[in-house]
Design a protein. Structure first.
Length: 230
């Protein structure tokens, strides 16, 4: 998989174009590496920085193999894949589900960084996806196609207590489905905050902590969005 990123014509190529027939398959493969994709988008784990060179192989942690590529290379490829709204929706859904899993894994008594890092990191990863897709997202047809593909994904909401990750994912998708087409871009850009808000409400987080946390999450998403679209 790493050889694909650094193959001739890809790598550090600016304004990269990927053949239309390859965009969805490549996005599908990236979605299968949801944890690695999340870390590469967020860019906060040093392991993914030091092991991102072409000659660095995968590494194993707790029986799971991980893959890293240079951050610029990764964003170039994601941007090229994103030209296809179906491919982008696949990546977005994989990140949504993984982000929900990370929130669901936070202990109920977590405070400080243990409480704030997962939602702010999620917001950063989603913000990078927003920034990478900025040029395409200005097109209403592209945004509608992304939404329609996301909403085709089967979900079971249930209750937060029974399945927190499924609840968070389904709640956000339900809200997306109720969003007017003209507001789709804004709804995507607030996803990190929306999911964090649902999460804190389900956890009965006190109001002061919730508002402070959502402020951090919002700043994280906005900073990442500006960084990726610049």
């Amino acid at each position: 998989m790493k050889d694909v990123f650094f193959s001739p014509g890809l790598g550090y190529t600016k304004n990269l174009r990927i053949d239309a027939a390859l965009r969805v398959p490549l996005a599908t493969v990236l979605a299968d590496f949801a944890e690695d994709t999340h870390e590469l988008l967020a860019g906060l784990d040093s392991q993914y920085v030091v092991k991102g060179d072409p000659d660095d192989g995968p590494w194993e942690t707790s029986g799971t193999y991980h893959l890293a590529v240079d951050n610029l290379v990764f964003r170039n490829v994601v941007h090229a894949v994103t030209q296809d709204p179906q491919a982008y929706a696949i990546l977005r859904l994989a990140e949504t589900r993984y982000a929900a899993q990370r929130l669901a894994a936070v202990p109920g008594d977590a405070t400080g960084g243990a409480l704030s890092l997962p939602p702010t990191k999620n917001a950063r990863a989603l913000g990078i996806l927003d920034g990478v897709a900025d040029a395409y997202a200005r097109d209403q047809a592209w945004r509608t196609a992304v939404r329609d593909r996301l909403l085709r994904e089967p979900t079971t909401r249930g209750s937060y207590q029974d399945d927190p990750a499924a609840y968070l994912t389904a709640t956000w998708l339900q809200g997306l489905g109720n969003t007017p087409k003209a507001e789709l871009a804004d709804r995507l850009r607030t996803q990190g905050v929306d999911i964090a808000r649902t999460w804190t409400q389900a956890r009965n987080t006190d109001e002061a902590t919730r508002q402070a946390l959502l402020g951090e999450v919002d700043r994280s998403a906005l900073s990442a969005y500006r960084e990726a679209k610049s």
